[in-house]
Design a protein around this ligand. Structure first.
Ligand SMILES: Nc1ncnc2c1ncn2[C@@H]1O[C@H](COP(=O)(O)OP(=O)(O)O)[C@@H](O)[C@H]1O
Ligand SMILES: N[C@@H](CCOP(=O)(O)O)C(=O)O
Length: 320
């Protein structure tokens, strides 16, 4: 590809885990961050080597120096190529709320890698970009749908050289069909919960019974999402690997859960690492579920933004 001086990248939010699919399944949502990277001369740059402008809700909370995650991903791709990153000016338009369990960090990682790959003349394939994104995030379930779109299951592939220490892991990715009648409703609270903090409360070992429970329920979830079978979805949206430990970090979880299910949702789970709560519902029930979740959280002194979203099928896209 001929070199370009400027590229815009749009990256969707994600909802990871979907209950029993901890660290392996996620879906891209119709909510977006937009990033623009422009080559600049060395001279106008600040001493940090990058200029970053951020607009949108909570813009002041995003770092504007070299510690910015989007910029770190941008640099990572050039390091991978063995090249020095060019001086750039970055514009960030925030549409995905920060540290709410909707994959804002995944948008930054994917956006930085995709933007750098385009400015570098697209030396890496999409699957090479994906491998870098997974390595940076540490788990695949938000960066994979952010990059590829749709609902995706990610699993490590067969180790071809088990005796050799490998620098990178091969991944198998499969698209999970999502029945169009199933609506994701997100209730986004007015407080943050970092993924780091929400991972620290998880046990390092689980019982065989809990492992079997999740294996069965993830299988059921895949078929429930594909068919829209209500009984399967109601049973499938249960988890024993992360929700029991994390829900104590989310004030009002049980009250909002009861309200969502009472209003007709198939179930309610933590979106990503939380604190956003995700209900899956039939199109006919979505308005009632939204109203019930909003009222329930308000009764706990939390002011949520509640939205009914769609599944983004394109993933990250770039324009230049
Ligand atoms: N658009 C962005 N540009 C730069 N950094 C970002 C952006 N969005 C998120 N981040 C970084 O990711 C952090 C949130 O990541 P995390 O705790 O994993 O929450 P989330 O569930 O939203 O991914 C933010 O505090 C910020 O450091
Ligand atoms: N599987 C991860 C997903 C984190 O997603 P995020 O949207 O909260 O960044 C986890 O549950 O920790």
């Amino acid at each position: 590809m001929a070199a370009v001086d400027s590229v815009s990248v749009i990256v969707p939010a994600t909802t990871a885990n979907l209950g029993p699919g901890f660290d392996c399944i996620g879906a891209a949502l119709t909510l977006y961050n937009e990033f623009k990277f422009t080559h600049v001369d060395e001279s106008p740059l600040s001493s940090s080597g990058v200029i970053i402008n951020v607009t949108g809700a909570e813009a002041e909370r995003v770092q504007t120096d070299e510690s910015n995650l989007l910029y770190q991903a941008f640099v990572k791709l050039y390091q991978h190529l063995g090249q020095t990153p060019p001086p750039v000016e970055i514009e960030i338009k925030l549409g995905v709320p920060l540290a709410r369990g909707l994959g804002s960090s995944a948008t930054a990682i994917v956006g930085g890698l995709v933007g750098a790959n385009v400015l570098a003349g697209e030396p890496l394939s999409q699957s090479q970009v994906m491998e870098l994104a997974i390595a940076m995030e540490g788990h695949p379930d938000n960066v994979v749908p952010a990059l590829l779109g749709g609902c995706r299951l990610a699993a490590t592939g067969v180790e071809v050289e088990p005796q050799r220490r490998r620098e990178r892991q091969e991944w198998e990715i499969c698209e999970v069909p999502w029945c169009e009648n199933i609506v994701p409703v997100v209730a986004i609270p007015d407080f943050e919960l970092s993924t780091k903090e929400a991972r620290q409360v998880l046990p390092s070992q689980v019982s065989r019974a809990d492992a079997i429970f999740n294996t069965a329920h993830l299988g059921l979830l895949l078929r429930g999402l594909e068919t829209g079978n209500g009984n399967w979805l109601r049973a499938a949206l249960q988890d024993r690997l992360h929700e029991p430990y994390r829900k104590t970090l989310i004030k009002g979880y049980d009250v909002v859960h009861a309200a969502a299910v009472g209003a007709g949702a198939y179930g309610m789970v933590i979106s990503g690492a939380g604190p956003t709560l995700l209900a899956l519902t039939d199109t006919k029930q979505s308005e009632a579920v939204m109203a019930a979740m909003s009222a329930a959280w308000r009764s706990q002194g939390i002011s949520p933004v509640v939205r009914s979203l769609g599944i983004d099928t394109q993933g990250a896209r770039s324009f230049y």
